[in-house]
Design a protein around this ligand. Structure first.
Ligand code: BJW
Length: 231
């Protein structure tokens, strides 16, 4: 890829109007389940069945016909098509709505719901059905060692060197639909301010934790403010 001059970070807020719950909004996922139980390696060790149930239900929901990319996902895909080679989309979301909208220059820094990973051999496999302790890794035949390909608290997010490099080089950093509660993504705006030269803009329903760090801010539902910003 040539130098990405626009880096876009997205979070759960961009998929909210597609019908997927956010984590920290009223009624969000962390009010439905305990994050210590379902989003930490320790929780998975303690009770793998509970963790598989949580991700199996989210995988089934993602595959249901009601869940489709929305105007905000489509606007970001158009931006990439209009300026080929200049956009890097970094999503914290594990859904596949950006891909389905047409984005190609995309990093899933917190993993992908439709993939499994073998804890024994490290193989990463497409996985669109239920996952359980009975499943066997097709690469190494290890049983009971497949886990969702997602990044839990205490684990290293994916492709961090590439992301930090892009943040340092970019002319514009756009943050969409994220609360700014979870690091390292919450620190990207600060990284651009300290180590880069790009302008920074927040597009969100309401001010995030790091809102004061952004040069510009626009607030409202993603399906309204993202297309308006891109057009
Ligand atoms: C709308 C809308 C609409 C609603 N339109 N907007 C300091 C430095 C570094 C690390 C740490 C640190 N302090 C603590 C840590 C450790 C920890 C951490 O951040 N803890 C915090 C709780 C403090 N971080 C980690 O452990 C991470 N690993 C790590 O740090 O490794 C070491 C490292 C250090 C330095 C550099 C590199 C590495 C791993 C974090 C893994 C997070 N995993 C999860 C689960 C993934 C799988 C799954 O989906 O189940 O990721 S947790 C969850 O939170 C998920 C999300 O991606 C993530 C962020 O949530 P997001 O997207 O912001 O959603 P919400 O719900 O919080 O916000 C939604 C927003 O949308 C709101 O603002 C709404 O207003 C808005 N909204 N409707 C527009 N219609």
């Amino acid at each position: 890829m040539s130098k990405p001059s626009i880096v876009i970070l997205t979070g759960a807020g961009i998929s909210k109007e597609s019908g997927l719950d956010t984590f920290r909004c009223a009624g969000g996922l962390w009010q439905q389940v305990s994050l210590e139980d379902v989003a930490t390696p320790e929780g998975f060790q303690r009770n793998p069945a509970l963790v598989h149930d949580f991700y199996n239900a989210r995988r089934a929901q993602l595959r249901s016909p009601e869940i489709q990319p929305n105007e905000a996902h489509r606007a970001l895909a158009r931006l990439e098509q209009e300026f080929p080679g200049t956009v890097l989309l970094v999503t914290q979301n594990i859904d596949d709505l950006h891909e389905r909208a047409g984005s190609q220059s995309l990093i899933h820094m917190h993993g992908e719901l439709l993939k499994a990973e073998c804890e024994a051999c490290g193989a990463v496999l497409p996985w669109d059905g239920d996952l359980s302790e009975a499943d066997v890794c097709p690469s190494c035949q290890g049983a009971g060692l497949l886990r969702p390909r997602v990044v839990w608290f205490g684990e290293m997010p994916l492709e961090m060197p590439r992301i930090f490099h892009a943040l340092e080089q970019c002319d514009l950093f756009i943050s969409v639909g994220t609360s700014g509660n979870v690091y390292p993504a919450a620190g990207f705006v600060d990284h651009v301010q300290r180590c880069g030269q790009g302008d920074t803009i927040e597009l969100n329903l309401e001010p995030s934790e790091g809102a004061s760090l952004f040069d510009q801010k626009r607030y409202g539902p993603a399906t309204r403010i993202v297309p308006a910003f891109v057009e």
